[in-house]
Design a protein around this ligand. Structure first.
Ligand code: F6P
Length: 364
């Protein structure tokens, strides 16, 4: 019997369960594969006692439309940066990767499928370089992984953000206000740009294009006549003004890889007021609503395709590879190529041209 271990790492995202189910279903067609799951990314392997669950067609029945992940996840720590607290209460990190590989050998694991975003796939690559038979599946609502046309979870997040724009338009129009919708995406403006185009926003500000607050003010003022009018601005959490900086909440938590973003919409409203903009303004921070709940059908299909392909790659021994969607194919690409350069919005892309053609102000 061959043994496959599945783990979900990083922030959760709609579609994770559909990938797990697809891996298990595809594996069950091969009589000699048994599928196990590690709880909370690789913590389940490293904890004492370990937390490993057996996954079969019965365990995964009906999970394809459930949000979150039945295996739980974490975006802190991991085998290369395991948080440890010393006697003085000070946190640092330990490298437990060699120990983890030893543990996996002891468990007779033949292959690992790691479902996760850029942070998790960097871990996959490092583990592969240490000799682990590992395959990556790209997951993130941010859509910031290269080598794949898109990641599952992204379209669901766009749908949620677009529905928020639709709702804000009606209240903005009723109250003659500007509504500023802050969406996730970290350094990538994909969610903001898609939601602004789909929802018909007047302004869209993304991290890839630092904005000129006076230009934005000019555009918004044209939407008001004698104090009457309305507008919707979609702003990505990582957006920042020309000569300004990203709005972060906090950082420094042991094992947490990023600074926590959030609050740019409040800063943006402050900047507009300081620039002399008069109409009433309100912000809405969509936050983790974009990551929770059921995946839309598109993401379920993409997740199913990626799960089946990942299992087939495990059967064929294609390790050190990540599943990638290259329309209309699912292919295996080197993990290292997917994580070297992030997939960000290019200023000279067709999508930006579309936004400009629609008259959306992009901050310049
Ligand atoms: O990477 C996915 C993401 O949702 C980002 O868009 C966001 O900045 C971050 O994760 C939030 O992370 P956390 O769940 O740790 O607050």
């Amino acid at each position: 019997m061959k043994r496959l271990l599945v783990a979900t790492g990083g922030g959760d995202c709609p579609g994770l369960n559909a990938v797990i189910r697809a891996i298990v279903h595809r594996a069950s067609k091969e009589k000699e594969w048994q599928v196990l799951g590690s709880i909370q990314a690789f913590n389940g392997v490293l904890w004492e006692p370990q937390e490993i669950v057996e996954l079969d067609n019965k365990t995964v029945a009906g999970i394809h439309f459930q949000g979150g992940t039945i295996l739980e996840t974490t975006n802190k720590g991991g085998p290369f940066a395991w948080p440890v607290k010393n006697h003085q209460g000070i946190w640092s990190t330990d490298d437990r990767s060699d120990e983890m590989i030893r543990r996996l050998r002891h468990m007779n694991i033949d292959a690992v499928i790691n479902i996760g975003g850029d942070g998790s796939q960097s871990i996959s690559q490092r583990l592969y370089e240490k000799g682990l038979n590992i395959i990556g599946v790209p997951k993130t609502i941010d859509n910031d992984l290269s080598s794949t046309d898109s990641t599952f979870g992204f379209q669901t997040a766009v749908q949620i953000a677009t529905e928020a724009v639709d709702k804000l338009v009606t209240t903005a129009a009723s109250h003659n206000r500007v509504f500023v919708l802050e969406v996730m995406g970290r350094d990538a403006g994909w969610i903001a740009l898609h939601a602004a185009i789909a929802g018909g926003a007047e302004v869209c500000l993304i991290p890839e294009i630092p904005y000129d607050i006076n230009k934005v003010k000019e555009v918004l003022e044209k939407r008001f006549h004698h104090g009457r009018g309305f507008a919707v601005v979609v702003i990505s959490e990582g957006a920042y003004p020309e000569n300004g900086k990203v709005t972060g909440r906090e950082m420094g938590e042991a094992g947490y890889e990023h600074i926590k973003l959030g609050g740019v919409s409040t800063q943006f409203i402050k900047q507009l007021k300081e620039a002399g903009f008069k109409p009433d303004m309100r912000e809405t921070i969509l936050g983790h609503l974009q990551r929770g709940g059921i995946p839309i059908a598109y993401d379920r299909v993409l997740s199913a395709q990626m799960g089946v392909k990942a299992m087939e790659m495990a059967i064929d021994g294609e390790f050190g590879k990540m599943v990638a969607y290259r329309h209309p194919e699912l292919v295996g690409v080197d993990i290292k190529d997917a994580i070297t350069v992030p997939n960000l919005v290019k200023k000279d892309s067709q999508l930006i041209e579309t936004a400009e053609g629609l008259g959306i102000c992009l901050g310049y």
